[in-house]
Design a protein around this ligand. Structure first.
Ligand code: NAD
Length: 585
């Protein structure tokens, strides 16, 4: 398999011949992509063309992999010193006059750490983006520190990473890994990747996989034990580093990078909800982050890359759409994502309010923010919105279906029109959002997250809120079902269940069965009660961002919502008693 449109050349170095592919304009900054184990440069075949729109992109097969030749003998032919020689030979061939931007995944990242921290490459590397592959030196010190001062937490971290490293021990056994890779493991690997790592099949891995994997076992044997035993003490990065950590990595624990700042003076952290093979499963996100990082380093300001918000590592540059963003919880959520550096689409039926949210979002830290005026219950308008967002801004990474209205009144006071209105907005609005934007997420096949704002009323019955509670119970169940359906595609679904939150909802809620004067009185009174409770929407927004980061399913927010949630599970009878009480209005 060759990369479409790539120009290939051979670079000779240290007794091997490396197969090097180039895309994009050589006049642009050079980005060199280094693949991992067991892989070949084709692991980058989704990321490389995206980067080639802006950069001169270079990929090479590591010695003994793909169409590069293998050292003879294999033993001792894969040391980090030799791999550094290879990198320098490639860099000199493709970018003799300008330092290059390095990007490494897995073992490509392990070796790139060596390149980025040894003296002889100083001045040749402009930046380094590392994914799923630590420096063996940093790893060695990480282990030593935990062995020397073994607190229970540190021992837990050691055991956790130790368990994740099972394959490293296996690769140290002689001959067996080679036999396995050239036999059944090599044959079934593509299926295993698809099943357990959610790596899309088509055209990957390359047919050289069994040989790549057999040769690549020497990467481990030639380096791991020696380096972990005697890690270098001067392994400081001499270029800015962007660390991208997939939180669902089965082979590497996030904790490995806890002390990285001490080795890297200019470190930008990014995290994403994905498994190990992110060059295959998240090419859009990687290309966006690499582009942003390389561009900022070229512009001389690597430290300006990330926003300062609490979750900037996770949401920086992502596209987030929030409905009902003109007020209350929706507005606070848009601001929280903006603070984390996300691009925000603020949707509301109130045009002015949406515009204000978008404007403020830009001031707070969103690199871009747009306002869209749409009634979420209007199917056609939502379809148009989804089309527009996809063509103009891209596929949404996080969707927050939050728009909702309040409706109070007994079952027999609630008219069919009242029912229709509340279900149209609170339930159908969520259905339209999930259906249209969720579809785009699944078609893109690169994960995402959907948050639906339900309510504590979803599980707490009340004789005063039959229609509202029904709409929210439906949203809760819809979220649970959708979560199950989308689990295999890396798309999370969360139902947020706030209790009493101090927003405008009380002053716009409809009270069925009373005249307009009485309705106004009740609106005022409930606004006063919610005001006294005074739970800020910002706390709900914080819970929403946290839920996305953690991939939580159902999140009751506010103490009363949490209490009712526990009661609904353990003492539902007591909750049914409370449901009979007269509301305090
Ligand atoms: P809010 O009234 O302050 O904000 C709701 C926003 O949604 C408003 O800007 C409004 O213009 C917009 N909106 C309403 N209908 C819309 C429609 N059809 N299309 C587009 N936009 C529309 O209310 P809030 O408290 O921030 O409510 C947000 C969500 O939280 C709602 O789903 C609500 O049911 C839920 N919730 C609120 C509370 C609470 O105590 N405030 C508790 C539990 C759940």
């Amino acid at each position: 398999m060759t990369l479409q449109g790539a120009r290939e050349r051979r670079v000779r170095t240290g007794g091997v011949e490396l197969c090097v592919a180039e895309l994009g304009d050589p006049g642009q900054p050079t980005v060199i992509l280094v693949h991992g184990y067991p892989d070949s440069k084709e692991v980058w075949s989704e990321v490389a063309p995206r980067l080639a729109e802006r950069f001169h992109v270079v990929l090479y097969d590591v010695r003994g992999h793909g169409r590069s030749t293998a050292p003879k003998p294999l033993r001792g032919g894969f040391t980090l010193e030799k791999l550094t020689d290879d990198f320098l030979a490639v860099a000199d061939a493709v970018s003799p006059d300008r330092p290059v931007h390095l990007v490494g995944h897995d073992w490509g990242s392990v070796q790139s750490w060596e390149f980025a921290t040894v003296k002889r490459t100083e001045g040749r590397i402009a930046s380094f983006t590392s994914m799923s592959g630590p420096s063996l030196d940093h790893f060695g010190h990480w282990i030593n520190r935990r062995l020397k001062r073994p607190t229970p937490r540190r021992v837990g971290q050691l055991l956790g990473q130790g368990a994740k490293s099972w394959y490293v021990y296996a690769l140290h056994t002689p001959v067996l890994p080679e036999l396995a890779w050239r036999g059944p493991l090599g044959k079934h690997w593509p299926k295993l990747l698809e099943r357990f790592e959610q790596v899309p099949g088509a055209g990957y891995p390359a047919s050289s996989l069994p040989t790549d994997a057999a040769h690549g076992a020497w990467l481990y044997r030639d380096n791991v034990r020696a380096r972990l035993r005697r890690p270098r003490t001067d392994a400081y990065a001499h270029a800015p580093v962007q660390l991208i950590t997939p939180l669902g990595d089965a082979f590497l624990s996030e904790k490995l990078y806890d002390e990285l700042e001490q080795w890297v003076p200019q470190l930008t952290r990014r995290t994403l909800a994905a498994k190990h093979w992110i060059p295959r499963s998240r090419p859009d996100q990687l290309a966006a982050w690499i582009t942003e990082f390389v561009t900022s380093v070229e512009g001389g300001r690597p430290e300006a890359v990330t926003a300062t918000g609490k979750y900037a590592d996770r949401f920086g540059g992502q596209l987030v759409l929030v409905t009902g963003a003109g007020s209350g919880i929706g507005r606070a959520t848009a601001y929280a994502f903006a603070e984390a550096g996300a691009r925000v689409v603020a949707v509301d039926r109130d045009a002015e309010a949406a515009a204000r949210t978008a404007e403020m979002s830009r001031l707070i830290g969103a690199p871009a923010a747009w306002a869209e005026t749409v009634d979420v219950s209007d199917e056609q308008a939502m379809e148009k919105l989804a089309e527009k967002v996809a063509t103009e801004y891209g596929v949404v990474d996080v969707l927050v279906n939050n728009a909702g209205i309040g409706l109070s009144g007994s079952f027999f006071d609630t008219t069919p029109e009242d029912w229709k209105k509340v279900l149209d907005v609170n339930l159908w609005g969520v259905i339209h959002g999930c259906r249209l934007f969720g579809k785009q997420m699944t078609e893109r096949g690169q994960g995402g997250h959907i948050v639906n704002t339900a309510s504590a009323a979803a599980y707490q019955p009340s004789k005063a809120l039959p229609a509202y509670s029904t709409s929210k119970a439906a949203v809760l169940m819809l979220s649970e079902c959708l979560r199950a359906e989308l689990a295999g595609q890396g798309i999370g679904v969360t139902a947020i269940c706030p209790g009493f939150v101090n927003t405008n909802i009380t002053s716009t809620a409809h009270f069925a069965g009373v005249d307009s004067e009485e309705e106004k009185r009740r609106q005022k009174k409930s606004a006063r009660l919610y005001g006294l409770r005074n739970y800020p929407p910002e706390k709900v927004a914080d819970a929403i961002l946290r839920a996305v980061v953690r991939g939580e399913a159902v999140v009751p927010v506010t103490p009363e919502a949490r209490g009712a949630y526990l009661m609904s599970r353990f003492t539902p009878r007591a909750l049914r008693r409370i449901a009979r009480l007269e509301p305090p209005l």
